[in-house]
Design a protein around this ligand. Structure first.
Ligand SMILES: C[S@@+](CC[C@H](N)C(=O)[O-])C[C@H]1O[C@@H](n2cnc3c(N)ncnc32)[C@H](O)[C@@H]1O
Length: 254
């Protein structure tokens, strides 16, 4: 139990568990006060907090790629019945467990990949998939698996976006000799990052806005709100003409 830790002890544990990506306020101790994006992710959360129901009583929440648990903790503070946070990184999970404990919030954190959500055998009222899509080598597969296995109703989604903000209306089909659409800035495009971006080798993709909107539609998520440039609140809908979702062998390349 960390409820009895002094501020000095919290400071020591925070330093030992670092470096932190989430700047959390743990009883007056900031975990990442010099974050390159400012007071992150609180500054971002403030811009879209209004689209999430104030009262999540009786609701279940799954936070995929939860990092140190900022969003998981905010959902618990809104009264969610059950919150489960998943991440593949042991160090971030240790931060999340410590932060929730210090904050007196009962949240389960589990080491699991976005590709393995089918193993949960459970659907959640709200699935959070923030800042993970572009870190995956197989991003559309992850969205498909979320739709198939864990989303019951709402998906809170965010992606880094690069390229044009323009969104073209996509036709259902184009003639083989019609190619000009591919040169339009508003056609769905995802830039492949072979090496690193922002010194991070796990940044595999940089989609434009048209691309994330098309990927969400294609995976069976209808945009209900777009409160912030990179953030979408979606509702699960039936997929039209979607192919069956392939099973991924455990331990397959991530
Ligand atoms: C940019 S951080 C986003 C953290 C948080 N969701 C947010 O929006 O602030 C990406 C997180 O995704 C996690 N991650 C990367 N690949 C993952 C995977 N295959 N499954 C689950 N989490 C993953 C990373 O460890 C990291 O905590």
């Amino acid at each position: 139990m960390t409820g009895v830790l002094s501020r000095e002890e919290i400071r020591r544990r925070v330093d030992a568990l670092g470096p932190w990506f989430h700047n959390l306020d743990l009883r007056g101790v900031s975990t990442a006060p010099s974050h390159f994006l400012g007071d992150y992710p609180r500054v971002k959360w403030r811009r879209f907090a209004g689209v999430i129901p104030d009262n999540l009583q009786d609701k279940t929440v799954l936070d995929i790629g939860c990092n140190a648990g900022f969003y998981a903790m905010e959902m618990k503070r809104r009264g969610a019945d059950r919150v489960l946070g998943l991440d593949t990184d042991d160090e971030y999970l240790a931060q999340a467990r410590f932060a929730a404990d210090v904050s007196g919030l009962k949240i389960e954190f589990r080491k699991m990949s976005a590709y393995d959500v089918g193993q949960l055998g459970e659907k959640f009222d709200l699935v959070i998939f923030m800042g993970v899509l572009y870190h995956l080598r197989h991003p559309l597969l992850a969205l498909d698996l979320i739709h198939e296995h864990v989303a019951r109703d709402l998906l809170l989604f965010q992606s880094m976006l690069r390229g044009s903000n323009q969104v073209d209306t996509v036709e259902c089909d184009y003639d083989f000799w019609t190619t000009s659409q591919f040169d339009s800035p508003g056609y769905p495009k995802m830039h492949f990052i072979e090496h690193k971006y922002a010194d991070d080798p796990t940044n595999w993709w940089a989609p434009n806005r048209a691309c994330v909107e098309a990927m969400l539609r294609s995976a069976g998520f209808a945009v209900a709100a777009h409160p912030e440039e990179e953030v979408y609140l979606c509702r699960k809908v039936a997929r039209s003409g979607a192919a069956a979702i392939p099973a991924i062998p455990r331990g397959a390349a991530r």
